[in-house]
Design a protein around this ligand. Structure first.
Ligand code: FAD
Length: 494
């Protein structure tokens, strides 16, 4: 045994055959095995001589008498023992294959650099390692190898999937922050004068994600990277150059006026961001159901249109206005009857353009708590999206689990026969959830509750107390129980 970087071979170097450029070196670190070892297999392929190497690295193994247990700086005795046993076992496996494990001690980079030259290695193989220390170490060895024209093979075999690939597949918001980007995006939108002149909301396509239907200037307006006053002036300049253009509330200027509207009303309304004590907010006995809220928040309602929107929210932090309508309606008065404040909180956290006045204002609107009162008009979680995107491309993009579902079933995959689900590699209830509620009865129930709540608000003329709300909630629950009893009695009748 020599000092630093010493050779502790289980075999003698002299016994190794003469060296040529087709020599390979398999550098063991983790991956202390013969079975399923692509790095070892590749090292053996077409090579004259194979050098199996392990380096005892002082970074991990230098003795440290000051450590709180016997062992090295980073390892207790049990793990060191386990490592040594694994090396002995690896050596005996290699021996059966006519080779031996070559064991060195010292700085791995120095040792590798020396041996690659000394043994005239043409191919260096080792299992990919993601730990930060290993990344730096391996990069140094790879740099030397590539300068010396040595082939390096470093497969990912310690994990089932390559963590780098998995991270790359995660979608991030495609919108970059900053004034420069805001002005660039504004110019791009306004350069198309015809588009500006004909802008008409809510006519845009909420499922368009490759080229969204609106400006996506909301995050820049939220952070003030773009001045709303400048935006307003530029749009009006475009209007002067075209023969005719749309008008508020549907035009592009109209959108900025909606923004003004919500800012003004929010500023002038005490408790604007809550139901309680908010004089413009209808008092509604919303349900509390954490499981349903989580299913909605995580994109697991079983309604692909709703879930895809919620995944776009999570990954991009932005969705089209009508997509926001769909999910806000679904959570509140459309299907789940959950409090708009809970949905507001989720949007507030995840939207890149999250804006106190506009977010609260729109949740009040969509839940029919204020501004908009036609609670009978409910967005269908199946047919609304289909109108714009019959093939379901938006769903396939944001919910890849459904990417092979035939278009006939993409909005209602639970209705697909099992053979189709199997072919599409997506079994409903296993790979993708079953619907958390049935839309038709759930929305009917929501309408009924909204009707009762509106009645109460009318009678109490805006002075609904907590006690009134509680007793309405009790009544609604009793009605539900009674109706389900009547239903089950009817079902029992011959
Ligand atoms: C439940 C719900 C929550 C929302 N939360 C937010 C939020 O937190 N922040 C936010 O900026 N918008 C919010 N909106 C409004 C609207 O959806 C976004 O402003 C719009 O989708 C942003 O995209 P855009 O910039 O491409 O809009 P464009 O259609 O290009 O409009 C240009 C600008 O006009 C303003 N604007 C457009 N629509 C509205 C609207 N309905 N109310 C107020 N201002 C509007 C925005 O500043 C927008 O950037 C919400 C809508 C709903 C239904």
């Amino acid at each position: 045994m020599r000092n630093n970087s010493s050779f502790l071979s289980f075999a003698s170097l002299q016994s190794l055959p003469s060296m040529g450029r087709s020599n390979s070196l398999i550098w063991f670190r983790k991956g202390l095995r013969i079975h399923d070892n692509p790095a070892l297999e590749y090292a053996c392929k077409d090579s004259n001589h194979l050098y199996p190497l392990f380096v005892l690295d002082p970074h991990f193994l230098a003795p440290d008498p000051s450590a709180f247990s016997p062992g090295s700086a980073r390892s207790g005795l049990n793990r060191i023992q386990f490592l040594l046993e694994s090396l002995i076992d690896l050596d005996s496996s290699l021996k059966k294959l006519g080779s031996r494990l070559l064991l060195f001690r010292g700085d791995p980079v120095q040792i590798l650099v020396r041996l690659l030259k000394q043994w005239n290695i043409g191919k260096l193989c080792f299992e990919y390692d993601t730990d930060p220390y290993s990344q730096v170490r391996d990069q140094q060895v790879k740099d030397f190898a590539s300068l010396s024209g040595i082939e390096v093979f470093s497969p990912v075999t310690h994990t089932l999937f390559n963590p780098a690939d998995v991270i790359q597949k995660e979608e991030f918001s495609p919108f970059r922050g900053g004034e420069s980007e805001a002005l660039k995006r504004l110019k791009q939108s306004l350069d198309d004068k015809e588009w500006v002149a004909n802008f008409e909301k809510p006519k845009g396509d909420p499922s368009a994600f490759l080229k969204p239907a609106t400006t996506i200037l909301s995050p820049y307006l939220k952070f003030g990277c773009l001045s709303s006053r400048y935006f307003y002036k530029c749009v009006n300049d475009v209007y002067k150059k075209v023969k005719k253009h749309t008008s508020p509330p549907v035009s592009l200027v109209g959108q900025l006026l909606w923004r003004e509207f919500f800012y003004t009303v929010a500023f002038g309304t005490p408790n604007f961001d809550q139901m309680k004590g908010n004089r413009i907010c209808k008092q509604i006995p919303w349900n509390d159901d954490d499981d349903l809220l989580v299913a909605w928040r995580e994109g697991r309602t079983g309604y692909p249109w709703i879930d895809a929107i919620m995944i776009q929210l999570r990954t991009w932090g932005w969705m089209h206005h009508l997509a926001r309508h769909s999910v806000a309606c679904f959570l509140t008065r459309g299907d789940l009857f959950i409090h708009w404040e809970r949905g507001r909180d989720v949007f507030e956290r995840l939207l890149v353009d999250s804006d106190w006045a506009i977010n609260n204002g729109n949740w009040l609107w969509l839940s029919c708590s204020s501004f908009f009162y036609q609670y009978n008009r409910i967005y269908s979680p199946t047919s609304f999206g289909k109108k714009y995107d019959p093939n379901g491309n938006y769903i396939r993009h944001f919910l890849p689990v459904l990417k092979d579902m035939p278009k006939e079933y993409i909005y209602e995959p639970w209705s697909a026969p099992l053979s189709i689900q199997t072919k599409a590699n997506c079994i409903i209830g296993k790979d993708y959830p079953k619907p958390v509620v049935q839309h038709d009865p759930a929305s009917k129930e929501c309408r009924r509750k909204m009707g009762e709540a509106y009645g109460l608000n009318r009678v109490k003329d805006g002075l609904v107390s907590e006690e009134d709300l509680k007793s309405l909630k009790r009544k609604l629950e009793e009605d539900v129980n009674r109706n389900s009893e009547i239903r089950s009695q009817k079902q029992k009748l011959p």
